[in-house]
Design a protein around this ligand. Structure first.
Ligand SMILES: [Fe+2]
Ligand SMILES: [Fe+2]
Length: 463
């Protein structure tokens, strides 16, 4: 967007930029690089995406982009349905809108912080480039949210923009707002699971905000969704290539325990999947929520693909089935739809998650193996919502606390699993070389060969 039109906004963003760069230096990617082959958005249109070049990461263009404005856009749901979309923040929704933007904004730098050390053990230069692409785009997403705070929320917004750089992932005193963003990303398998499951949560949250009656928020999120697609590509193909190599090693050595042959066993991949899926489900909040109802009715946050839903977009009389644990059993009962919108979104998300799992299993099937990956039950390992405080197995059985703990090591990565995975995380920085635990990709980035020099490291990085 063109900032020179608004001097005050320009000054606010210029004041924030050095703080952002300090943050990037101290908590962004740690591996010293000269430059990285990055895709930079230079405009919102289709051609604006074709720009790839080797650039020093700190000179990446952290632009602010909003999808094109549709002058006639009408609000699509809730009690303001049919009215013109808002170009300014209505006073009655100011606090809620600011809160939604802060929570979304907080996740963007958090993931960069979580992934800070991964460059040190990248399985290839190709993967390193993808990590950095994700990192600079999450940095840009932070800019996008800070722009909204500066442009529409005055002094409070400027204060909150500073706080986004002051909370840090995993910090005891000033942690990030949401749980999954305070966990450590210990290795590349977890990074791939994160980009598959947790960035996908981001996609679904952005999908609800892109329906917002507050037009600048809707347009900002619509543009962010385009970048999110690449993050999920990194996750889908990263896990897939890990599974492909596992299948190859299992077939070659006729054993499931392939650690000693340099691969990650499918049983351990499953545990990582269980862990990341369950913390990502917690990000959707409680199944029943009066806040979610208020956000919808007020027009602040819609449903996933609101425009394609065939109902009245008011939902006052509709119901939605919600699962709860009652007397040691999981039962389903209808509740007012408006209160179940977090679950409506989560159910859409889970259906989407199944597609990748199907794809990964294809690699196992192609190798003639019986092993399969599965999504655990929605109640497994939950800390938020109806399943919190209950002990549900990945198959969906309600267990006692003691039974659950007795078997937890079969379901979630143990310290030993993580240590054995970590032992495989040896950096491979020569173009075209790949770590033994992961298959190379079929094609490179932007039609470049797989063995292209995607990242140029500084000498210190090789020491
Ligand atoms: Fe993001
Ligand atoms: Fe993302």
């Amino acid at each position: 967007m063109n900032l020179s039109e608004d001097r005050r906004l320009q000054r606010a963003l210029e004041g924030w930029q050095p703080k952002f760069l300090d943050w990037w230096q101290s908590l962004g990617p740690e591996l010293p690089t000269k430059d990285v082959y990055l895709r930079t958005a230079v405009a919102v249109g289709r051609d604006g995406w074709a720009h790839f070049d080797h650039v020093p990461m700190e000179q990446y263009r952290w632009g602010i982009f909003l999808a094109e404005r549709d002058g006639d856009r009408k609000i699509g749901f809730g009690k303001h349905k049919g009215e013109a979309a808002w170009q300014e923040v209505p006073g009655e929704y100011r606090a809620e809108l600011m809160r939604l933007i802060i929570v979304q904004g907080d996740t963007e730098p958090a993931s960069v912080e979580q992934q800070r050390i991964l460059g040190r053990c990248a399985p290839s230069i190709y993967d390193l480039r993808n990590l950095f692409q994700v990192n600079v785009e999450e940095g840009r997403h932070l800019w996008a949210m800070v722009y909204l705070l500066h442009a529409y929320f005055g002094r409070d917004g400027r204060h909150e923009a500073e706080q986004l750089l002051k909370r840090h992932s995993g910090d005891v005193n000033t942690p990030r707002i949401l749980g999954a963003f305070n966990e450590k990303t210990t290795d590349w398998l977890q990074f791939f699971m994160f980009t598959y499951f947790t960035d996908r949560d981001g996609k679904y949250q952005l999908g609800t905000l892109k329906e917002s009656a507050f037009d600048p928020l809707a347009r900002t999120c619509e543009f962010m969704l385009k970048e999110e697609a690449h993050h999920m590509f990194v996750g889908t193909t990263g896990v897939q290539r890990t599974v492909e190599r596992a299948a190859e090693l299992m077939a070659a050595h006729d054993t499931e325990d392939i650690f000693e042959h340099g691969g990650i066993p499918v049983s351990v991949i499953q545990k990582y999947l269980n862990a990341q899926f369950s913390v990502s489900l917690d990000l959707f909040g409680s199944e029943q929520s009066s806040n979610a109802a208020a956000y919808y009715t007020g027009g602040l946050k819609g449903r996933w693909q609101e425009g394609r839903r065939k109902d009245d977009h008011l939902l006052a009389d509709a119901t939605y089935p919600v699962r709860t644990v009652t007397d040691g059993r999981i039962v389903e009962e209808p509740v007012p739809y408006l209160t179940a919108l977090n679950l409506d979104l989560r159910d859409e998300y889970v259906a989407d998650c199944r597609n990748g799992v199907r794809r990964w299993n294809q690699a196992l099937e192609n190798a003639g193996l019986d092993a399969r990956l599965v999504l655990p039950h929605e109640g497994f390992n939950r800390r938020i919502g109806n399943y919190a405080g209950h002990y549900v197995s990945p198959e969906g059985q309600v267990l006692t606390e003691a039974e659950w703990h007795r078997r937890a090591d079969d379901w979630l990565p143990t310290d030993e699993d993580r240590a054995r995975v970590a032992a495989l995380m040896v950096p491979h920085y020569r173009p075209g070389e790949f770590a033994g635990w992961i298959a190379p990709p079929k094609t490179g980035i932007n039609d470049q060969p797989v063995e292209f020099d995607y990242v140029h490291l500084r000498e210190e990085a090789l020491a």
